[in-house]
Design a protein around this ligand. Structure first.
Ligand code: SF4
Length: 332
């Protein structure tokens, strides 16, 4: 770990200014990922801008939804009565992530900005286009069991990346049509959650569409009619404190047993939380039966591509979609 300067500004503007004045500076909130990355030499900011003095921890009713401050802790959001009652999919996804200790430290904004857990990204002796652009992708011809099956970049070795986004929470938020409020050198703007994270394309070093110096202020989750029928299914190697091999966020609005509306997203399969819009459309107006769910899962898997060690995900993912939808459809 290199020496670094530590600053703790007390205003949003001062945080943004402190960041843009140093090209290596990084924000820190809970630090549950950044400190690991710094210790292992994956990232080496010369200045760390602590944003914990900002008042961004509230969870409030806001218009036709709930506004969650970027510094709200994962555990506080998961346990909040309004989230549990109105957005149970978010509670389920948050509680599936990490460990209780980490959820007590990790913030909403930090969860969104956590980096991939690709083994080659963390091993500085091995090539990784995300850590060191143009160096190659160790996972492409290496041990790629945990890697992506959708939206990969694998043609040009100098830009290839087949990593997955590790968050559970973000899979629920993309399914719930959340919006992200950010501020930065050019003022405030809103980013639909589905556009917040990126596919690797030719710039795998970029995980999100945030511009340099932009700071997440809040996440807005709109009201919906799904509270009675949601399920977050996480398939992993062990039952806790492990990242998803495949996860599914499923939400249904049922009228008797007919699907009025549906939301569906997957984790562990792409460089971003993977929303399944075509599969959602295929569910609407149909009976909530296993046959309907299987049809949607088939649609969801179109375009999937496996690498040497992760073909099992192409079998696991559709079964997980069906299982998540069946559980969501059960009477509340
Ligand atoms: Fe790096 Fe992405 Fe390749 Fe992993 S998959 S080694 S993060 S470029």
């Amino acid at each position: 770990m290199i020496n670094f300067r530590y600053v703790r500004p007390t205003t949003r503007q001062a945080c943004v200014t402190a960041l843009v004045s140093d090209p290596t500076a990084q924000f820190i909130a809970g630090g549950t990922n950044l400190i690991d990355l710094m210790k292992r030499g994956v990232t080496a900011p010369e200045k760390v801008v602590d944003i914990n003095a900002l008042t961004l921890r509230s969870i409030d009713k806001q218009g036709s939804g709930i506004r969650i401050g970027a510094l709200a802790l994962n555990s506080a959001v998961a346990d909040h009565p309004m989230i549990r009652q109105q957005q149970p999919l978010l509670t389920q996804a948050l509680n599936a992530g990490a460990s209780a200790q980490i959820r007590n430290m990790a913030t909403m904004g930090g969860n969104m900005l956590q980096r991939t857990r690709c083994h080659y990204f963390y091993d500085t002796a091995l090539p990784c286009n995300k850590r060191e652009p143009g160096s190659g992708c160790g996972a492409l011809e290496g041990f790629n069991r945990i890697h992506a099956i959708f939206g990969t970049s694998d043609r040009d070795p100098k830009t290839a990346c087949i990593a997955v986004h590790p968050s559970d929470m973000c899979v629920a938020l993309v399914a719930l049509d959340a919006t992200v409020l950010v501020t930065g050198p050019n003022g405030e703007r809103r980013i639909p959650f589905v556009d917040f994270h990126r596919l690797p394309g030719n710039t795998p070093e970029r995980d999100t569409n945030l511009e340099r110096g932009e700071l997440i202020l809040a996440i807005d989750v709109p009201d919906n009619a799904f509270a009675r029928h949601t399920h977050y299914l996480k398939v992993r190697d062990r039952n806790s404190y492990a990242f998803a091999l495949v996860s599914v966020a499923a939400a249904l609005d049922l009228s008797n047993s007919t699907i009025r509306d549906a939301r569906l997203a997957m984790g562990g399969v792409a460089h971003k939380p993977w929303r399944l819009l075509d599969a959602e459309k295929a569910l609407v107006g149909k009976p909530a039966t296993e046959a309907t769910f299987r049809q949607a899962a088939d649609i969801a898997m179109q375009g999937a591509k496996a690498f040497e060690h992760n073909a099992f995900k192409i079998r696991m993912a559709p079964s997980s979609i069906v299982e998540a939808l069946k559980t969501a459809a059960r009477p509340a």
